[in-house]
Design a protein around this ligand. Structure first.
Ligand SMILES: C[C@H](O)[C@H](O)[C@H]1CNC2=NC(N)=NC(=O)C2=N1
Length: 113
C-alpha cells in the first residue's frame, strides 16, 4: 500500500492505547509519506509546507481544515506568511494511530497535481 491508497481510507473512532501503532508499524507507514517526520518522542508526525505567499498558505489551511472536519480528526497547525506546519497525533490513543497517517496522506492528496 502506498500513500495513495492511504489517502482513500477514512478515519474511524480510535480510542485507547490498544489503538496506538507500534514503532515498526509507524516506520512502515512513514516510508510512504515523503517529508513527514516523527515528533514528540514518536507520538506525532509533522511536516512543514512552503507557499509563495499568505494567500496560498491560507488556502492550504482552509483545505486541511475542511478535510479534518470531514474526517473528524484534527491537526495542530502553525503558520506564517509562506509556510504551514501540520502535526498529526491522536489524543484519544496518546500517540499515533492509523488516523494520523490517513490524514497525512489526505494532505498530500490535496497538493497532488
Ligand atoms: C469524538 C471525536 O471523534 C474525537 O474527540 C476526535 C476528534 N478529533 C481528534 N483529533 C485528533 N487529532 N485526535 C483525536 O483523538 C481526536 N478525537
Amino acid at each position: 500500500m502506498n500513500a495513495n491508497d492511504l489517502s482513500t481510507k477514512h478515519c474511524q473512532p480510535r480510542k485507547g492505547p490498544e489503538n496506538a501503532l507500534n514503532p515498526s508499524q509507524v516506520a512502515e507507514l512513514l516510508q510512504r509519506l515523503p517529508g513527514w517526520e516523527l515528533h514528540n518522542d514518536g507520538k506525532a508526525i509533522v511536516k512543514d509546507f512552503r507557499f509563495s505567499d499568505f494567500h496560498h498558505t491560507l488556502g492550504f489551511i482552509n483545505a486541511v481544515g475542511f478535510m479534518a472536519n470531514h474526517e473528524d480528526h484534527h491537526p495542530d497547525i502553525e503558520a506564517g506568511y509562506g509556510h504551514c506546519q501540520v502535526l498529526w497525533s491522536t489524543h484519544d490513543v496518546g500517540g499515533l494511530s492509523l488516523n494520523d497517517f490517513i490524514c497525512a496522506a489526505r494532505v498530500e492528496a490535496l497538493l497532488a497535481r
